[in-house]
Design a protein around this ligand. Structure first.
Ligand SMILES: C=C(OP(=O)(O)O)C(=O)O
Ligand SMILES: [Mg+2]
Length: 577
């Protein structure tokens, strides 16, 4: 019999395929005394050989789908397997201690890991500890005869099931075979969910129990629009979801007709719909979906995709590609926003109790000015190839903005002295994602060129609810009057100073939020590229003259998020042109 599991709808679309468990297997074992030493060493050699074959396959697939650089880590793993100092030492230990291969492997790898981790003055060697850990896990899985999941090896249509997916796990999913994913934990604005939307992979997060409810191969249906998974669907379920998927495809075909159209409301007002990107590769999606600008380029992915800090030239090439690719249309580039759930293996951050409230984003940039200045120089050099706007993340105080802008001006002066061209008039703005900045928007508005409201963080900080924690996901309330009042304040303060305001948090592409934002006069809406056409279609059917009353009610009469959701849905049903 089929069962339905409810989670958080993270990325639109429907899929019907068997489950692929991307979960870490149990690698525990008992220590054993061995009498047949030769047989035990042979068992170890077999496991090493199987691991090596597997790594060859993974490397070849990774090279094809992710590129040469990303595949090199697997060559490094093969070298460890071939190193007699490591695998030879395991065989020796089996012989001398007369213990099972699992125990010998663990002892030797623990020794190597401790040795590498102690090399605090050589970061490169220190990072090798992670490689040894990975390799020994792989050999251990073969010794124990359990499967180690590997996204790169998926070569059939599946729905990936995982406890959680990191942004880098998500980046490895091959859209050709991974038809959807479901996780136990996570929220709608966690970065894996945001990436799923830009990859157009239907997804459900925060299901709580999916990894316990299914096994490898269990038939599954994912409804990413409503956040529902059907486990072991019957013929009726399949028919019902096929119908929903067909309707959705039809709706998408209708929206696609607006690809080259300007975004205009029923009363003829133009608003800018922009896209959020993480890498230059996302430009294709921006074009396919007819976005009018890039409202947020999350540059931290450039740092996350690299094995060391990207050089000024590497960054320059990436920024130039995006600016040229947009053909003079605006591109808002946000400086590095590392920290929170975004990590750099080569930039160890302090262990923190509350990483989202800790050392992150502009706080790191102002502290590590070497990293910040390199990024700013790369951006400035690229600025002559298009319409660049620079934006600083996580600004809490006016002083932080002044300091960041001061550093930018110093780099401008240096480039000037060196005779290197850049756009001296480029706009410099900030993300509004900390309540302190939203409240003091009148003061900030006198100094910045623009605001972009980051609702993902603004909501988590205002409601004190971790954006990636499914247990508090009910507090992700974009239409809560408290959030709407902060947004209205930001828009009004900016307009009073003649500045423009955008929004690049996920709420900018939310069908309930858009009528309210239009009514408040938000100028620019930046969202996953895959949401652009849906929102353009929605705006076409709304008359901004009729939205003032709606905003008044949402701010002053409604008490809850749910009140406002209903208010807007009823309004749109009655007033759609
Ligand atoms: C757009 C935002 O930034 P990020 O999601 O990258 O934190 C936000 O906080 O709304
Ligand atoms: Mg943010």
């Amino acid at each position: 019999m089929s069962t339905t599991l409810k989670g958080i709808a993270a990325s639109d679309g429907f899929a019907n395929a068997p489950a692929y468990m991307l979960v870490q297997p149990d690698l525990s074992f008992d220590k054993k005394e061995i009498t047949d030493i030769d047989a035990e060493v042979e068992r170890l050699q077999d496991a090493i050989k199987q691991s090596d074959d597997e790594l060859t396959t993974i490397r070849d697939i990774a090279k094809e789908s992710l590129g040469e650089e990303e595949s090199q880590v697997f060559d490094a793993h093969k070298m460890i397997l071939a190193d007699p100092e490591f695998t030879g030492a395991v065989a020796t230990q089996v012989k001398t201690d007369q213990v099972n291969a699992e125990q010998a492997l663990q002892d030797v790898s623990d020794k190597f890991i401790a040795m590498f981790e102690a090399m605090t003055d050589n970061k490169y060697m220190q990072e090798r500890a992670a490689d040894v850990r990975d390799v020994s896990k792989r050999v251990m899985s073969h010794l124990l005869g359990v499967k180690l999941p590997s996204p790169a090896l998926i070569d059939q249509e599946v729905i990936v099931v995982a406890h959680d997916l990191t942004p880098s796990d998500t980046a490895q999913l091959n859209k050709k075979y991974v038809k959807a994913f479901i996780t136990d934990i996570g929220g709608r604005t966690a970065h894996s969910a945001i990436m799923a939307r830009s990859l157009e992979i239907p997804a459900i997060v925060g299901s709580d129990t999916i990894t316990k409810d299914v096994q490898d191969g269990t038939p599954l249906i994912v409804d990413g629009v409503n956040g529902e998974a059907v486990i072991n669907p019957d013929a009726d379920d399949v028919k019902k979801y096929q119908q929903l998927a067909d309707n959705y495809a039809q709706e998408k075909a209708e929206w696609a007709k607006l690809r080259d159209a300007k975004t205009v409301t029923a009363d003829g007002r133009h608003f800018e719909i922009a896209a959020n990107i993480g890498t230059p590769k996302d430009l294709a999606g921006v074009k396919e979906n007819g976005a009018e600008a890039i409202g947020l380029y999350r540059t931290e992915f450039l740092y996350m995709d690299s094995s060391e800090l990207p050089s000024e030239d590497d960054q320059y090439e990436a920024y130039k590609e995006v600016l040229k690719g947009m053909d003079g249309k605006p591109v808002v580039v946000r400086t590095m926003d590392i920290g929170g759930d975004k990590h750099l293996p080569y930039l160890p951050l302090p262990e923190e109790m509350n990483p989202f409230l800790g050392y992150r984003a502009i706080r790191i940039s102002l502290d590590r000015q070497d990293i910040f200045r390199t990024q700013l120089r790369a951006l400035l050099r690229a600025s002559s190839f298009g319409k660049l706007r620079i934006m600083f993340p996580m600004i809490a105080t006016v002083q932080e903005f002044r300091q960041a802008k001061g550093i930018l001006q110093e780099e401008m002066a240096k480039l000037n002295d060196e005779g290197i061209a850049f756009d001296a008039n480029l706009e410099v703005g900030i993300m509004i994602e900390i309540p302190a900045a939203a409240v003091l928007a009148d003061q900030f508005a006198k100094e910045v060129d623009f605001f972009s409201i980051g609702t993902n963080d603004l909501i988590q900080y205002t409601m004190a609810a971790d954006r990636g924690n499914e247990h508090v996901s009910y507090l992700y309330q974009p239409y809560n009057p408290s959030i709407l009042r902060l947004i209205k304040n930001v828009i009004d303060c900016a307009h009073r100073e003649g500045k423009w305001v955008g929004m690049c948090g996920e709420a900018a592409g939310d069908s309930v939020m858009v009528p309210l934002l239009l009514g408040m006069g938000l100028d620019e809406y930046s969202m996953s590229a895959t949401s652009v056409l849906r929102v353009r279609s929605l705006m076409k059917h709304l008359d901004t003259n009729e939205l003032q009353d709606l905003v008044e009610q949402a701010l002053n009469v409604s008490l809850t998020n749910a009140d406002n959701e209903k208010l807007v849905n009823d309004f749109v049903a009655d007033h759609r042109k």
